[in-house]
Write a protein that binds this ligand. Structure first.
Ligand code: GLC
Length: 766
């Protein structure tokens, strides 16, 4: 990066502190007392953010002074000191160092010679020279004990320390291993944790960028990019949840979903006909495996043309979908962005006529290939195109479809990557692929969300593969094409936890694995992990070994059923977490470090996770293993299956035979349960079932109609539940939904009590 040189002058305009350096300008902007933006316009003088919508600045007291060589900007909780060369250091209110710019040179690795390259290439290796100096580059000093979390869906373990990543949405079906630098999602945000220090950094730049978390050197970590602006947010907080709250304050939280979307979902690329779908539905019900959703992959379309239905494979899809709905099944269909080039096909014709597709710099419509063969790319950065795409969802809704799965939106292209200069639009500006690539899936999901919201009125259920920061406002996501290998089951835990640490909390992996062939044992262990991921879908690739729950033996099916049923029992707990998450931004599936950041034992815990704050899950993710160590953090915990009480801050050795996924509940927890159901909404639920674990604690339980946006007008109930010294108190903290529970059933220490519900009731648990 060019050196900014000495500070010539600075002035304060409202919450902005503008700097004139010898070689350019920069500014700091205080958004809240914990969030400061650092900006220099390399490309334009304003934030070109698609992640942050609206003005996030709130009235904040600030003071600006000079101290020696630096200009000091202070809020109640954060101090930023700006020096020559636009070095910015951050301190907390006690003047403790949070994060400083690194003053030295980067130590870029020695050059790779042509000879080395040729030699390595003889065996198929490609050598990586490492990232060069970037035009825009932020290098932060490593204070020593940093751990890094977040960065979206990157491969490998939880803590990203020591690795280098790239933000470039990438469709890569080969088994995704630790050395991969990028996958489908680009979320340029991470949380840094040190002893007594935590903060977040969000680099709001959509171009291809590099994040080096200490690979190049142990003295610093850095991120940078060749284009766009220097535009990053420093996010302070007292603890990790607050930092994450700061990030989701900027980029948005996950809206409360429809309740059925939390049910089990069955999918496979290769359910070709109406009969295939009916067979899946029948098997689910016959084998009493609860299920809410069946996905239709590309096979349902006519020659992979989006917004069409294959008439040979379906005699009457509307009737099929209606019949399935009566049996409690919802249909979700895949929609890819690539539109088949075919005159006479209305989506293609309209797009051509209205200029809705990306073009070459010469103005020709840009053509590449995806499933339908030659295909063109809708220009989702343009509001008009998003509206058109959104309106096309009507076709799916009219068939009876309940949710839309957006795939291939990196965007994928079978004839090589789109050139950087393909012309796309970025709202009101002419733009290009280099800038819009990482935003493509985001804008497509936004178009889908807005279309569904407008034409359906229900809370839209969108699933996307590609994302950018902020996509959580519009869509859930799955982690794309994993494989049926144990390494990918292991990776599922840190990957989903890091997505949660990046604001994307409604996420899941393809349970059983997508590519390659699963085994009985792998499928069992995967469902034991997957039943806890917010998005719970079994999906597999065409031609691989079938992996529906009934395709192995009775033992597999019995265990599979046990865990799907467990998930259905916990749906109200998940729903409460989603309701809370819409405000707090906290994920559902959480790494232990999120709540126990002072505990050294959990900073690198890759094989356990929390659901909410109180349920700890320790699945087996290795072949043949039936016993494992579990770390329980501070507090008292109960074994979910045996009720045994265990003192925390300890490692235990626990038996986990094939039918057991180890689970522990924190003392004092109150967990709402649903009765057994084949699908969400099968039964009218008028009893509040509470699973209570001895100790002291309180819980907020939420209840609404589970489908639309009436809750935002106050149409919901909230129950405040408290337990202390064997007394359980329940009161209605908010009353706005007509269906108040009639009864309460409490399960406690192996006994149970039932009573009529009354606001302000007390139950003695003895
Ligand atoms: C992509 C998706 C996968 C889907 C397939 C066919 O590989 O990631 O989930 O089944 O395309 O549509």
């Amino acid at each position: 990066m060019k050196a900014f040189g000495k500070i010539i002058s600075h002035k304060t305009e409202g919450k902005k502190i503008l700097f004139q350096f010898e070689n350019g300008c920069g500014r700091l902007e205080v958004l809240t007392d914990k969030i400061i933006n650092v900006f220099s316009g390399f490309d334009c003088d304003y934030h070109r953010s698609r992640a942050i919508e609206g003005d996030k600045a709130v009235p904040t007291e600030i003071s600006v002074s000079t101290e020696g060589e630096s200009v000091v900007v202070k809020t109640a909780s954060l101090t930023a000191k700006v020096f020559d060369n636009f070095y910015v250091d951050f301190y907390d209110e006690k003047n403790q160092v949070l994060c400083r710019d690194y003053r030295g040179e980067r130590c870029i690795r020695g050059k790779i010679t042509e000879e080395m390259r040729v030699l390595a290439a003889s065996e198929g290796h490609s050598l990586d020279e490492g990232a060069k100096e970037k035009k825009i580059q932020v290098v932060k000093q490593m204070e020593g004990d940093e751990c890094f979390y977040g960065l979206g869906d990157k491969t490998g373990f939880l803590n990203k320390r020591g690795y280098e990543y790239e933000m470039w949405n990438t469709d890569e079906p080969a088994p995704q291993v630790d050395s991969f630098k990028s996958l489908y999602k680009s979320i340029p945000f991470f949380v840094t944790l040190r002893k007594n220090v935590v903060y977040g950094l969000f680099f709001d730049n959509s171009y291809r960028s590099v994040f080096d978390m200490g690979k190049e050197s142990d003295d610093y970590f850095w991120f940078g990019c060749e284009e766009g602006n220097l535009d990053y947010y420093f996010i302070a907080g007292e603890d990790m949840p607050q930092v994450l709250g700061g990030y989701t304050y900027l980029t948005g939280t996950v809206p409360l979903p429809q309740m059925w979307t939390l049910g089990y979902q069955q999918s496979r690329w290769g359910y070709v006909t109406e009969e295939d779908i009916m067979e899946v539905a029948e098997n689910m019900r016959r084998n009493q495996i609860p299920c809410d959703v069946i996905h239709l992959d590309i096979d349902y379309m006519e020659r992979y043309k989006v917004f069409t239905w294959n008439k040979e494979r379906y005699q009457d899809q509307k009737k099929t979908i209606r019949d399935l709905k009566e049996d409690g099944f919802k249909i979700v269909t895949i929609i890819d962005p690539g539109v088949k080039v075919e005159e006479g096909y209305d989506i293609y014709d309209t797009g051509v006529k209205e200029g809705y597709f990306a073009t070459t710099p010469e103005g020709e419509i840009y053509v590449n290939a995806v499933w339908p063969g030659d295909a063109v790319y809708p220009d989702f950065g343009k509001e008009e195109v998003r509206k058109w795409w959104g309106d096309n969802q009507k076709f799916l809704l009219e068939q009876g479809v309940s949710g839309v799965w957006n795939d291939m939106n990196e965007p994928a292209s079978f004839r090589g990557e789109l050139p950087a200069d393909v012309v796309f639009t970025d709202e009101d500006e002419i733009s290009n692929h280099a800038r819009m690539h990482n935003l493509y899936g985001h804008n497509m999901a936004k178009a889908t969300y807005e279309g569904l919201k407008k034409h359906d009125g229900k809370r839209p259920f969108v699933i996307t593969r590609a994302c950018f920061a902020g996509t959580q406002k519009y869509s859930t996501a799955w982690t794309g094409d994993n494989h049926s290998i144990w390494a990918h089951l292991q990776m599922a835990i840190p990957q989903l936890c890091n997505l949660g640490m990046s604001g994307m909390s409604f996420v899941g992996t393809d349970v059983g694995g997508f590519g390659s062939d699963t085994t009985k044992e792998l499928l069992i262990r995967w469902v034991q992990t997957g039943c806890f991921s917010p998005l719970f879908r079994n999906h597999s690739a065409i031609g691989t070994r079938r992996q529906e729950p009934w395709t192995f033996d009775k033992e597999t099916m019995d265990i599979y059923r046990k865990y799907v049923k467990l998930r259905y029992r916990l749906i109200p707990y998940y729903y409460d977490l989603f309701f809370e998450g819409e405000t707090s931004g906290l994920p559902i599936m959480r790494p232990l470090v999120l709540h126990y950041e002072k505990d050294e034992n959990v900073k690198n815990n890759n094989n356990e996770f929390l659901v909410g704050e109180n349920l700890l899950v320790a699945p087996v993710t290795e072949q043949g293993v039936t016993c494992r160590t579990v770390y329980l953090p501070a507090g008292e915990w109960y074994d979910y299956w045996t009720g045994e009480k265990i003192e925390g801050e300890s490692y235990i050795l626990a038996k986990a035979p094939l039918d057991t996924c180890l689970m522990y509940v924190k003392a004092g927890s109150i967990i709402p349960n649903f009765p057994e159901q084949e699908f969400v909404g099968e039964k009218e639920i008028d009893t509040l079932i509470l699973d209570v674990y001895a100790g002291q604690g309180s819980y907020e339980h939420y209840q609404d109609n589970g489908t639309d946006f009436a809750y935002r007008q106050g149409e919901y109930n909230q129950y405040h539940i408290e337990q202390k010294e064997n007394v359980l108190k329940i009161s209605l903290a908010h009353k706005g939904y007509e269906k108040i529970y009639k009864k309460v059933l409490v399960k406690f220490a192996g006994k149970q009590w039932e009573a009529d519900f009354a606001d302000g009731m007390e139950m003695i648990l003895k």
